[in-house]
Design a protein around this ligand. Structure first.
Ligand code: NAP
Length: 238
């Protein structure tokens, strides 16, 4: 989904710093695609699972802004990075919990806090949550609880940074056929059919169902949209 978000923003005229964890080659291909759209882009490595990585990442992010854009300011932050695991409550270990906590909440919280100091007034933050904060899925207790924490945090960002004209909103995708959770949907036709059957529009989502929604929320077209949870799920479990 991150790729489609970056391309959708680039089509709206936005230059991009995108991040990768394991997919350096794919990230550099996205950079090339953005450049073909006439925008500038740089890909930086980021591992949200280790909290000590956050400050070095932010240092290299601001160095990149200075080197390539001659500024230390930026307009939009999209918190999309994420990883999934299906673990029933009985089986969750502290290690699982801490990993997911760093990636999905602690890292997101402090990255946002530290980045917002440098965000231009009237910028926008988008947090990517999940349909599974509205309905429950076996094995997603930790992941979805952390996404719920992000949803609450979003409202506080919207409230506390509103005085700078900065908006903060949530995009909550339903099931999307990506690499997420070891490509659980793509690799499991039975699950895919089941989820499609639960969805009013009769299919699971694709990455390109989500990028345009994120780009919309960053744009002036959404200038009066603040502190909301926008679920993009084709109407699952209505
Ligand atoms: N797919 C769904 O059904 C679904 C539904 C609702 C919400 N979401 C949320 O949507 C977001 C994007 O998921 P996706 O479906 O696009 O999954 P994906 O295809 O697996 O992509 C996940 C992205 O997060 C990055 N990432 C993974 N672990 C990371 C880490 N430790 N540190 C930094 N980056 C990391 C990956 O980078 P590399 O590829 O470079 O490793 C990749 O760019 C996630 O926040 C996910 O929770 C997904």
């Amino acid at each position: 989904m991150g790729k489609d978000m970056a391309l959708s923003l680039a089509r709206k005229g936005v230059d991009i710093v995108l991040t990768y964890h394991s997919g350096m080659d794919e990230a550099n291909q996205v950079v090339e695609e953005i450049e073909r759209l006439g925008r500038k882009a740089i890909a930086l490595p980021l591992d949200m699972s280790k909290f000590k990585n956050l400050d070095p990442f932010l240092f290299s992010f601001f160095e990149t802004l200075k080197a390539h854009w001659n500024t230390d300011r930026f307009d939009y932050l999209v918190n999309n990075a994420g990883t999934g695991a299906t673990i029933l409550i009985d089986d969750v270990t502290e290690k699982d919990f801490d990993y997911l906590m760093n990636v999905h909440f602690k890292g997101v919280y402090f990255l946002t806090q530290k980045a917002l100091v440098h965000m231009n007034d009237h910028g926008a933050v988008v947090f990517v949550s999940s349909g599974t904060t509205r309905f429950s899925v076996n094995g997603y207790s930790v992941y979805s609880s952390l996404k719920s924490a992000v949803e609450t945090f979003t409202k506080y960002v919207a409230k506390e940074y509103g005085k700078r004209g900065i908006r903060a909103n949530i995009v909550a995708p339903g099931p999307i056929e990506t690499d997420f959770n070891s490509a659980a949907i793509r690799n499991n036709p039975q699950m895919k059919n089941f989820l499609a059957g639960q969805t009013a529009l009769g299919r699971v989502g694709n990455a390109d169902d989500i990028g345009s929604v994120v780009a919309f929320l960053c744009s002036d077209e959404a200038k009066w949209v603040n502190g909301i949870r926008l679920e993009a799920s084709g109407g699952i479990n209505l």
